[in-house]
Write a protein that binds this ligand. Structure first.
Ligand code: ADP
Ligand code: MG
Length: 248
């Protein structure tokens, strides 16, 4: 059984249908790269998996548990349980500016799981070391670089011990010299067999780290396959045109 199973997912904003019967699966320990032009529905697709958007039709199953089945959502308690299995990292980090790094990391586990501060201290230390920021526990976001902020955001997502991490263009807001340090952390998570979906424009990263690539355009998955093949020798005209624009 796939860890994520999406069948015929449909979503509109007003009159505009932005996800048109999207179907795909993600196996446990798999890293899926999602590429595609702006406006193709990549963020809406990820946000729907994390229940930040509600879809109108189709089925989303996480580890066999239906978040939504044929457009009908599970009951709130089940939605919460399923939601805890998924973490998300955003393009613009979304850290709380008035809280230190440590406080940002402790917030969700304290609010959502009611875990005491003392219990969290060890995990905070461990995760900041993992993302290379052991010395920044007491810093405020304003005093960090974009790459450091994004690594804090990754550590924050890991605090909830998710089974799946979703990344929405994690390096698109960064200066080019800072993307490498963030991609290195994601690559390390892949080596530890974290299941991930990464929306990205970093084609060499996708080839290097992902086990599968999806190309989205106009609310459809136009093509999917081995990243080495899809990103160098795609079969669909729209994929070819996109890659020619992106790489050219
Ligand atoms: P991508 O991430 O691939 O750039 P999005 O998922 O952000 O695409 O957007 C897909 C389409 O949905 C776009 O046409 C966008 O303008 C529209 N859209 C996204 N979010 C909203 C919203 N909250 N309200 C209305 N339209 C939206
Ligand atoms: Mg987007």
């Amino acid at each position: 059984m796939a860890l994520i199973e999406v069948t015929d997912m449909r979503k509109s904003f007003g009159e505009t249908e932005v996800l048109k019967q999207i179907t795909f699966t993600v196996e446990k320990n798999e890293v899926v790269a999602v590429i595609g032009p702006s406006g193709s529905g990549k963020s809406t697709m990820l946000r729907s998996l994390a229940h930040l958007e509600e879809i109108e039709g189709g089925t989303i199953r996480i580890g066999g548990q239906a978040l939504v089945e044929n457009g009908d959502y599970a009951k709130p308690a089940d939605i919460r349980t399923i939601g805890r299995r998924i973490g998300m990292v955003f393009q613009h980090f979304n850290l709380f500016p008035h809280m230190t790094v440590k406080q940002n990391l402790a917030l969700a586990p304290r609010l959502v799981k009611g875990e005491p501060k003392e219990k969290l201290a060890g995990r905070i230390t461990e995760l900041l070391a993992k993302v290379g920021l052991a010395d920044k526990a007491d810093a405020y976001p304003a005093n960090l670089s974009g790459g450091q902020k994004q690594r804090v955001a990754i550590a924050r997502a890991l605090m909830m011990e998710p089974e799946i991490l979703l990344f929405d263009e994690p390096t698109s807001a960064l200066d080019p010299e800072l993307t490498g340090e963030v991609l290195a952390v994601i690559k390390k998570l892949a080596e530890e067999e974290m299941t991930m979906i990464v929306v990205t424009h970093e084609m060499s990263f996708a080839k290097d780290v992902a086990s599968k690539a999806l190309f989205m355009a106009d609310g459809h998955i136009v093509e999917e396959g081995d990243p080495a093949v899809l990103l160098t020798n795609p079969t669909q005209e729209r994929t070819k045109a996109f890659l020619a624009r992106t790489l050219g």
